[in-house]
Design a protein around this ligand. Structure first.
Ligand SMILES: [Mn+2]
Length: 346
């Protein structure tokens, strides 16, 4: 059952069906395994942790199953359940129900997919676009800004059925974390009136330190990372009549600033904010070669450009590793190629 192409009453039916399943699971003391998508973000984590707490409070036993330890931006969120990480050697108990949150395809679960598939029953809470057949207990609404928005609906509905509210201060923090990250602090086009009403309700009912929550999720950085960003912004230059912005990061700068290679993802996106820019080229000197990060607006295909160098990715964000070449040579080559790619065809 899904809701995206159906009316409001249908939506209510799906919510009721999933609520009944959870109440039955609680009454029977089922063990529920909760599976957020791989490399979980705040929405997936918030949905998994809050549903674990709610299902426990109605009688279930729960396990939250992750593929990796928490990224730094999430370590200050409430940990309501110590997660199991099979890839780090944790053994999984037998499950009565597997619940996928913030995803619905097995492929989004990585190596954990086998545990999910082997469970005798499956359910889904998700807000991504879907295709094809889904198992019966699938609460998927691609009009929702976040999976946490759908968790709010479910937690509220379960509470109404049993006559006591199941929201807690920790659950409020987890749901808000999902809301603000998936909506980019309520700025993306997916922001719904409902998610803002839910946020208002949580802020009204609980004492939430919003500045601290946002600091941990978005703003926290290190002096080294700031200095690295400074050096990138300093060497950035525009090409092709201001349609392209290009910059580089030298190995020695990374070392001097004490920044890990995997901490750089946002810098290329930051460069995209420059007015009039259609394409970003960020060159990073790594031990394996020159990594090229490409970001593009809707009139340029970043993946196609990255494929010139054996890379790939998405139309808006792509990358390639250019081997056996110096930083200077790589920059000269990509500058020549981007000018050619953007030149009007004759
Ligand atoms: Mn999400």
């Amino acid at each position: 059952m899904t809701v995206n192409d159906q009316g409001k009453s249908r939506h209510q039916d799906v919510v009721q069906t999933v609520v009944e399943l959870f109440l039955h699971a609680g009454a029977e003391g089922w063990r529920v395994g909760i599976f957020p998508h791989e490399r979980h973000d705040a929405d997936a984590y918030g949905a998994a942790m809050s549903m674990a707490a709610v299902l426990e409070s109605i009688g279930c036993e729960t396990v939250v199953i992750l593929d990796t330890t928490l990224p730094p931006s999430l370590v200050d969120l409430p940990l309501l359940k110590e997660p199991l990480i099979p890839e780090l050697g944790d053994l999984l108990p037998e499950l009565d129900l597997a619940l996928a949150v913030d995803c619905h395809e097995e492929s989004r679960l990585g190596k954990r997919a086998t545990y999910y598939i082997e469970a005798p029953r499956r359910a889904i809470i998700d807000h991504h676009l879907y295709e094809g057949e889904l198992p019966p207990f699938s609460y998927i609404d691609d009009g929702a800004a976040a999976t946490c928005e759908l968790c709010f609906v479910l937690i509220d509905a379960i509470g109404q059925r049993i006559g006591r509210s199941l929201f807690t201060n920790d659950i409020a923090i987890l749901l808000l974390a999902g809301f603000v990250t998936d909506t980019g602090r309520y700025t993306y086009s997916n922001t719904t009136p409902r998610v803002m009403r839910q946020a208002a309700t949580l802020i009204e009912r609980f004492s939430i330190d919003l500045p601290m929550l946002h600091y941990h999720l978005f703003d926290r950085t290190t002096l080294g990372l700031l200095q690295l960003r400074g050096s990138v912004f300093h060497n950035a230059q525009c090409l092709c009549d201001g349609r392209v912005i290009t910059a580089y990061i030298k190995r020695e700068t990374l070392e001097r600033c004490g920044v890990q290679d995997d901490n750089l993802a946002n810098i290329a996106s930051d460069l995209r904010s420059v007015e009039g820019i259609e394409v970003v080229l960020l060159h990073v000197e790594t031990p394996a070669g020159i990594r090229l990060n490409v970001r593009a607006g809707k009139n340029f295909n970043a993946a196609e450009f990255a494929r010139r160098y054996g890379g790939g990715g998405h139309a808006r964000a792509a990358g390639a590793m250019i081997k056996n070449i110096t930083l200077e040579e790589a920059i000269a080559m990509t500058h020549r190629d981007i000018a050619q790619a953007l030149a009007p065809s004759e």
